[in-house]
Design a protein around this ligand. Structure first.
Ligand SMILES: NC(=O)c1ccc[n+]([C@@H]2O[C@H](COP(=O)([O-])OP(=O)(O)OC[C@H]3O[C@@H](n4cnc5c(N)ncnc54)[C@H](OP(=O)(O)O)[C@@H]3O)[C@@H](O)[C@H]2O)c1
Length: 292
């Protein structure tokens, strides 16, 4: 059993806390920017009220066995303010964020070998401060190393599908193929169903194909028709689903445009792969929303 700090108690941080509590025996510290009167998570198996200490000031941090960061990618600098004290004894930092640059984002703040990238696949939303709704199973994938196996062990006995996988690179790039096309919905301020239109579907295919080309250049193994598979899955999703980039835009927050599309443009340039659809999406989004 472990003493675990969760930095960022929104959708992913909230459900992670609830499911770690399900494991039994862990001591949880919730690290938030504002005081919280409680954390209630509606899971598919019923409600969980999280019983944990809440801290709001990084100077209150004390040593822990694990840190799990579940802020948005654009909030990494703020999240890193918690790490000096939490990691004084070398505690590992699991990064539960989208994108493919988990280690790069934290490299300025913590020794790279202590950073564990985590691919999160879980339909979950923050309904209000301290109130989270989990709509389906939480899947967590980590690299297959001793730190990854220790992380998976923390979730033993819970409903989380946690696994250490040998080809983590392909897993995160495949997830980015899904996330990359989500920018369209956020640009036009319409839920997921907008991608069912023929013209929007064509643009989505271009965005995903560019992502897949860059992914392969980075060493990811993706099937030839991955873009068609991803688009078909997205068109089959409930038409009223709201992705987190759209939710951020609607709430007037920054968006994870660099972590989800900017990275495709940047790494495309590195490999001399043209990414015009992603470049346009990034330019449009950056012109419309505040930078994080
Ligand atoms: N939601 C999903 O379904 C889902 C699924 C898979 C992956 N992801 C990824 O998981 C990551 C987290 O997303 P999310 O949906 O959980 O975001 P979220 O609901 O916006 O939660 C992020 C939380 O981080 C907090 N935070 C920001 N800076 C902080 C700091 N310096 N110290 C403490 N807390 C801080 C925010 O606090 P405030 O309340 O003050 O804003 C917020 O509560 C993202 O990379 C996202 O793309 C999300």
């Amino acid at each position: 059993m472990a003493r675990i700090a969760i930095v960022g108690v929104g959708a992913v941080g909230g459900v992670t806390a609830a499911l770690l509590q399900q494991a039994g025996g862990h001591e949880l510290l919730l690290c938030a920017r504002h005081p919280m009167s409680g954390l209630a998570v509606d899971t598919p198996d019923g409600p969980i009220h999280v019983d944990a200490t809440v801290v709001t000031d990084p100077s209150e941090a004390t040593e822990v066995d694990w840190v799990m960061v579940a802020t948005k990618a654009y909030d990494v600098a703020g999240a890193a303010r918690w790490l000096d004290r939490f990691c004084a004894n070398g505690a590992p930092v699991a990064v539960l964020q989208n994108g493919v640059e988990h280690r790069e984002r934290f490299a300025p703040y913590v020794a790279i070998e202590r950073v564990l990238p985590v691919m999160v696949d879980c339909p979950v939303e923050r309904q209000a401060p301290g109130r989270v709704r989990q709509r389906g199973v939480m899947h967590l994938k980590v690299p297959d190393c001793s730190m990854g196996q220790d992380f998976v062990e923390l979730f033993a006995g819970t409903s989380v599908d946690a696994a250490a996988v040998p080809d983590f690179l392909s897993v995160v790039w495949r997830k980015l193929c899904f996330n990359s096309a989500g920018v369209l919905s956020a640009l036009v301020l319409q839920p997921a169903g907008v991608i069912r239109g023929e013209a929007m579907g064509d643009v989505a295919l271009q965005i995903i194909r560019e992502c897949a080309a860059v992914a392969r250049a980075e060493g990811a193994q993706l099937e030839e028709d991955v873009a068609d598979v991803v688009l078909a899955a997205q068109r089959a999703a409930p038409a009223d689903s709201v992705n987190s980039m759209l939710a951020d835009r609607q709430a007037g927050r920054p968006v994870e445009i660099d972590a989800r599309n900017g990275v495709i443009v940047r790494l495309g340039q590195k490999h001399r792969i043209a990414t015009p659809a992603n470049s346009m999406a990034v330019a449009l989004m950056e012109a419309m929303v505040p930078r994080g």
